[in-house]
Design a protein around this ligand. Structure first.
Ligand SMILES: NC(=O)C1=CN([C@@H]2O[C@H](COP(=O)(O)OP(=O)(O)OC[C@H]3O[C@@H](n4cnc5c(N)ncnc54)[C@H](O)[C@@H]3O)[C@@H](O)[C@H]2O)C=CC1
Ligand SMILES: O=C(CO)COP(=O)(O)O
Length: 336
């Protein structure tokens, strides 16, 4: 009998715990790394994650530890599920502990501030591994639904198709259906920019602008994501797949989305500080809107919805003023 696949998941938040559950349900032996020892103890003693996924039963073949070396030991897959902006510092600490031939898997949907690097690029840079050892999981995967074993499809992206297929097998369950893709750039951009568009749609919902506005923002948001992707060498078809349209639709329609909820609160008139105070978990678009806008400028790409989100979230522009400016941009053909 072959040995079970071992997976280490760094981050015992919503998605780390939910994806760890998927891996365990698919037959892997999973160890979650938790920043706080008391959360690791709670996971092991109650078989739940009371802080992030209360009420969801976790599988027996998933355990938690606050010891990073113990989590990393012998892992075939090392999964990273922490906020995008702390990845560099965290991974620098964990790199000496990584198992020699482990594949690093990013669950994160963000772009690093300052460097404008995608998460897989940060991983390659810090862990000094080739891109064939870095994979990305992305798509319409709201953690709470996945942890409740509700059905979803996903994308497992790696430039090396064999590696993508191994990870696909490791996380395929009756409720989680992963597809492979070798377009890592497109898959990562789809996930990171959808958080920014999710904020925009949330703001519109909070302002009560209606479903036509939502449909328009999703579609034009995807258009600007695709423009950026094309400029960065992505396959445009990726954006009509799960990592693009699929993820946008889920985030922009769900009250479970933190980015959507964050935007809704802003659209209802809460200040940025009030909104941050009521947001307990990572809403990546809040920081990544700035790095995505920066990336767009570096590539000479026009991203008006992203710029509008930056103006509202970081420059304090009132949403009604931003809306007026967005609607009064010069008229143009749809495909430009
Ligand atoms: N929650 C979801 O439905 C999904 C989330 N994602 C992405 O997964 C990533 C993680 O998100 P969630 O798990 O949802 O966030 P979360 O807020 O639920 O959990 C974040 C985790 O990171 C840890 N953490 C926070 N700051 C840290 C630091 N400085 N050093 C080390 N650990 C730290 C927290 O203790 C927690 O375990 C994000 O990039 C998000 O966009 C992707 C798909 C679905
Ligand atoms: O990425 C997600 C679903 O795929 C989760 O979205 P939020 O981070 O907005 O909750």
């Amino acid at each position: 009998m072959s040995k079970p696949v071992k997976a280490a998941v760094f981050g015992t938040g919503s998605w780390g715990t939910a994806f760890g559950t998927v891996l365990a349900d698919a037959g892997c032996e999973v160890t979650l790394w938790s920043r706080r020892p008391e959360l690791a103890d709670a996971v092991n003693s109650t078989r739940t994650n009371p802080d992030y996924l209360p009420g969801v039963e976790l599988p027996e073949n998933l355990r938690a530890t606050a010891d990073a070396a113990e989590a990393a030991r012998g892992a075939d897959f090392t999964v990273l599920a922490i906020p995008s902006q702390t990845l560099r510092a965290n991974l620098a600490e964990w790199t000496p502990l990584l198992a020699p031939r482990t594949v690093l898997v990013s669950l994160m949907k963000g772009v690093e501030l300052g460097t404008t690097m995608r998460m897989s690029e940060v991983i390659e840079d810090v862990a000094k591994v080739g891109r064939d050892r870095v994979a990305v999981v992305t798509g319409p995967n709201l953690a709470r639904e996945i942890a409740s074993r509700m059905p979803a499809a996903s994308v497992v992206a790696c430039t090396d198709e064999d590696v993508a297929q191994k990870l696909q097998t490791a996380c395929h369950t009756p409720y989680f259906r992963p597809y492979t893709n070798t377009d890592v750039v497109g898959c990562e951009l789809g996930g990171a920019v959808k958080n920014v568009i999710g904020l925009a749609v949330g703001i519109a919902d909070g302002m009560g602008l209606g479903d036509n506005a939502k449909g328009s923002l999703i579609t034009r948001g995807l258009a600007e994501t695709t423009r950026l992707g094309l400029a960065m060498g992505a396959d445009p078809l990726t954006f009509s797949g799960l990592a693009g349209l699929g993820d946008l639709v889920a985030t922009c329609s769900s009250p479970l989305s933190r980015n959507h909820t964050f935007g809704t609160n802003l659209g209802k008139g809460m200040t940025l500080q009030e909104t941050i105070a009521v947001t307990k978990q990572t809403a990546e678009g809040v920081k990544s809107c700035e790095s995505v806008a920066d990336l767009a400028r570096r590539h000479g790409v026009d991203m008006p919805i992203t710029e509008t989100v930056v103006d509202i979230v970081h420059e304090g522009k009132p949403p009604v003023v931003a809306l007026k400016e967005l609607m009064s941009r010069s008229a143009k053909p749809e495909r430009r």
